[in-house]
Design a protein around this ligand. Structure first.
Ligand SMILES: Cc1ncc(COP(=O)(O)O)c(C=O)c1O
Length: 373
């Protein structure tokens, strides 16, 4: 869809004319939501490709960042401990268990280097989020890739079976990207505990906030037991701070000391103040979760209507079987004004789509109806 066509579509749909197509949905001008929510820029492509949260940052977080400009002449090191303490309290550990990073990607890369440089192997599902493993590969590490099982989950049995004296780390992503699956709580905990008795277990929990199962454990539980476990979490998803770059690792203090030596840049003062306010802003957190649920259900309806098979998701994206090369889908959808997924080899006829604003989901539906007609 060209920009002009998209504008016309929006006009017909009543979006630009102030008549809401989405009457009955909660007002998107919710007290704390980002200004973006009420005035989408119609001539920009709709980005449903990177699992971002278009509602962020919340108004309170924006204000915190504006206020933090006075600190912008200072190095961030003195401001990290306060945030580390807030995170530690939330996670139920002491602050010496926390490494605050520039997005969880920095933490993933630190670990990719620390464990990859030993040139053994890292065991990981395939496909899975690549930051840690592709960085480790650059240091000469072999990646022992274990295909997903037929439920699109990590094949835990096979992953465990492959552990040898060469294994430096097992990468566990839960909920996983790109499949969106969540491993049964007991199975996940038992697997991580057994693995951590043999080697280092890395638990990437970027999407943990979206887990709806009550009392689902973070593997921080195993860190507290003194196990060989590193957990990563991020402010990029439910908190809507992907562009600000802030995340953290949780590990035993002796592991933290080792990881800190490899820190690359670390977080900046604006990001630190943003994250502190984001942790306080419970209203926005709930709002984000609620919007994600509605958008995800809308996406399921679209996929059901088009008879496209998908994996039920525990995240802010859905992985579906496109039945044609994903590159073709991406290009066709760009013409419709929406950017979707990227290739996740070897599943190159599957496509990952993120949730967005309801108007984004409507545009996605309109585009998909054409592309998958
Ligand atoms: C599973 C997973 N881990 C980590 C990240 C990195 O997130 P960030 O560096 O923004 O914290 C992502 C980003 O999409 C992800 O999907």
């Amino acid at each position: 869809m060209t920009n002009l066509n998209r504008r016309q579509w929006l006009k017909t749909a009543g979006i630009t004319g102030g008549v809401s197509l989405f009457a009955g949905l909660p007002a998107l001008t919710a007290a704390n939501a980002s200004p973006l929510t009420s005035s989408p820029k119609v001539d920009e492509i709709i980005r449903l490709s990177s699992n971002e949260n278009p509602f962020g940052p919340s108004k309170k977080v924006r204000q915190a960042m504006i206020d933090a400009f006075d600190l912008a002449c200072r190095y961030p090191y003195g401001y990290i401990p306060d945030l580390a303490k807030m995170i530690a309290d939330k996670e139920g550990v002491s602050a010496d268990h926390i490494v605050v990073t520039a997005g969880s990607t920095e933490g993933l890369k630190i670990c990719g280097q620390v464990f990859g440089i030993q040139r053994g192997e890292i065991i990981a599902a395939d496909p899975v989020y690549k930051s840690l493993i592709s960085y480790a590969e650059q240091f000469g590490c072999y990646i022992n890739r274990v295909p997903l099982n037929d439920k699109m989950e990590h094949d835990l049995e096979e992953m465990e079976k492959r552990i040898s004296s060469d294994t430096q780390l097992v990468f566990f992503c839960n909920p996983s990207n790109p499949s969106g699956t969540l491993i049964d709580a007991k199975q996940a905990e038992d697997f991580c505990e057994r693995v951590s008795d043999k080697t280092m277990l890395f638990s990437d929990e970027a999407y943990c906030d979206y887990i709806a199962e009550p009392d689902y454990p973070s593997m921080t539980k195993l860190v507290k037991k003194g196990k060989n476990v590193i957990v990563s979490k991020t402010f990029s998803k439910v908190y809507g701070l992907a562009g600000i770059r802030i995340g953290y690792l949780i590990a035993r203090p002796d592991i933290v000391k080792r990881l800190l030596q490899k820190r690359m840049a670390g977080p900046n003062v604006l990001a630190i103040q943003a994250a502190k306010e984001a942790l306080r802003d419970k209203e926005f957190y709930e709002f984000s979760l609620d919007q994600n649920l509605k958008a995800r259900n809308h996406l399921y309806e679209t996929l059901d209507e088009l008879k496209l098979r998908y994996v039920p998701s525990h995240t802010n994206f859905v992985f579906f079987h496109a039945k044609k090369p994903v590159q073709e889908v991406i290009q066709a959808m760009v013409k419709e004004g929406v950017r979707v997924g990227r290739p996740f080899p070897p599943l190159t006829d599957w496509c990952r789509v993120s949730t967005g604003r309801m108007e984004d989901m409507e545009l996605l539906r309109a585009g998909m109806r054409k592309v998958f007609a």
